[in-house]
Design a protein around this ligand. Structure first.
Ligand code: PMP
Length: 432
């Protein structure tokens, strides 16, 4: 059925859930992508600075990934975890080797939500407790248990829960109690909050689940080393640490391959979850855990689509490309160029109150002169940037943080062009 753009939007709204968000007054009908660009059905070209919410990790239509997917699809589209699956085994070996976890085991899922669900299943089973900890303002997915550890209230539609969650400070956002403290004091305050929460719970706690940099939460970035201090406390109680690397993994932060490494390059979490970028748009997610934790589940299970040959082959080609071309290094270099440009808005454009993040994961927080969050200006910036030819995201508890996370092959020229358009959009928004 062919439809005009307006009809398509109407059809979308009529048949999909109300809570499935659509960006822009006139939603974009994305038709094609190549490199760092996408095109809509009208032929307009955009620099993609959001990459399908950090899924397009390397580039759109990366020939290596397309070829690997095509080749594998031509042989067999799907088999079952009941049989040997070469691409899945190879991908698991590669992920295990990169994980930094001792004696690692890898389980594949099809999404980040499912990965976190599995991690919670492992941790609560291993520790024989359904009491868990999460950070305030977190986002871990939209399933029954992932929502139960999601502190972002916009994503907590149910108070019924398969786990008991206690929330800990650790999200450095403006307007929260410790946010203005210098790094060391912020960390100390959060560690003491963690100890207080544990004191109140006074029982067996299974795990802490946390994002190294909060994604949906607006790229809220804790001081380096904070999670290492958390880990000292958790280790004393035997509590497991789950690092949700769905947005921060695979070198996006530039300085490290995993987000957790900013805290202690040797102090690996007990469990790491991943998704999004590894598949470059294919639905691959998973969990890495020490063997004793992974194998503590008593089951005779399958994962029907987890690690399917086609997605695993695509993810392998994507990882090869990422490592062969040092895209982590590129994220640091080109991310630095973009960051410098955006930092220039601080003190010059009054609504810009913070620029944060690492590598190619940059957040720009917007507020009014009286310090209150400015989500409507963030929305205006998105529209204006789109008119200028750049797609970005927004996030944060109040929706007042711009999220900028281009594919990691971004060139310096593209960074400068996109940065210039974003600065112009920031200057213009909120004026009228
Ligand atoms: N964890 C984090 C940190 C995320 O950002 C997301 C998705 N935005 C998820 C988990 C859930 O992943 P998915 O949407 O693939 O289920």
């Amino acid at each position: 059925m062919t439809s005009t753009h307006a009809e398509l939007t109407k059809r979308h709204r009529a048949v999909l859930p109300d809570w499935l968000a659509l960006y822009y007054d006139e939603p974009i009908d994305v038709e094609r992508g190549e490199g760092r660009h996408v095109w809509d059905a009208e032929g307009n070209r955009y620099l993609d600075f959001f990459g399908g919410i950090l899924t397009t990790m390397t580039a759109h239509a990366l020939p290596e990934v397309t070829a690997a997917v095509g080749e594998q699809a031509g042989r067999i589209l799907h088999t079952s975890t009941l049989y040997l699956n070469r691409p899945m085994i190879e991908l698991a070996e590669r992920v295990a080797e990169l994980s930094g976890i001792d004696d690692p085991r890898v389980f594949f899922t099809t999404s980040g939500t499912e990965a976190n669900d599995t991690a919670l299943l492992l941790a609560t089973g291993y520790r024989a407790s359904n009491q868990v900890l999460a950070l305030r303002n977190s986002y871990h997915g939209r399933s029954f248990s992932a929502l139960a550890v999601t502190g972002n209230r916009g994503w907590s539609p149910t108070s019924l829960s398969p786990v008991q969650t206690a929330y800990v400070h650790g999200s450095r956002r403006r307007g929260t109690p410790f946010a203005g403290l210098p790094d060391a004091e912020f960390t100390a305050a959060c560690v003491s909050d963690l100890e207080d929460v544990l004191g109140q719970l006074n029982g067996n706690v299974a795990c802490l689940i946390a994002e190294p940099i909060q994604g949906v939460g607006g790229f809220a970035t804790p001081p380096d080393g904070m999670f290492a201090r958390f880990k000292e406390v958790l280790d004393r109680h035997g509590i497991l640490w789950i690092s949700d690397e769905v947005q921060t993994g695979w070198g996006r932060t530039g300085e490290h391959f995993w987000g957790w490494q900013a805290h202690d390059a040797n102090g690996a979490p007990d469990i790491v979850t991943f998704a999004k970028g590894i598949g470059n748009g294919l639905s691959v997610g998973g969990v890495i855990a020490r063997a004793e934790i992974m194998n503590s589940v008593r089951a005779n299970s399958i994962s029907t689509f987890g690690g399917s040959p086609v997605t695993a082959a695509g993810a392998l080609a994507n990882l090869d490309y990422l490592l062969d071309h040092d895209l982590q290094g590129n994220a640091a270099r080109v991310g630095g160029v973009l960051r410098e440009q955006l930092d220039g808005a601080l003190g010059r454009i009054p609504t810009v109150v913070d620029v944060r993040g690492k590598g190619l994961m940059i957040g720009v927080e917007l507020a009014h002169a009286d310090g209150t969050p400015a989500p409507e200006i963030a929305t205006e910036v998105l529209e204006e940037a789109r008119r200028g030819g750049v797609l970005i995201g927004k996030g944060g508890l109040e929706g007042n943080v711009l999220r900028i996370a281009p594919p990691l092959t971004l060139t310096e020229a593209e960074a400068r062009e996109g940065g210039r358009i974003l600065l112009a959009a920031l200057e213009k928004a909120g004026r009228s």
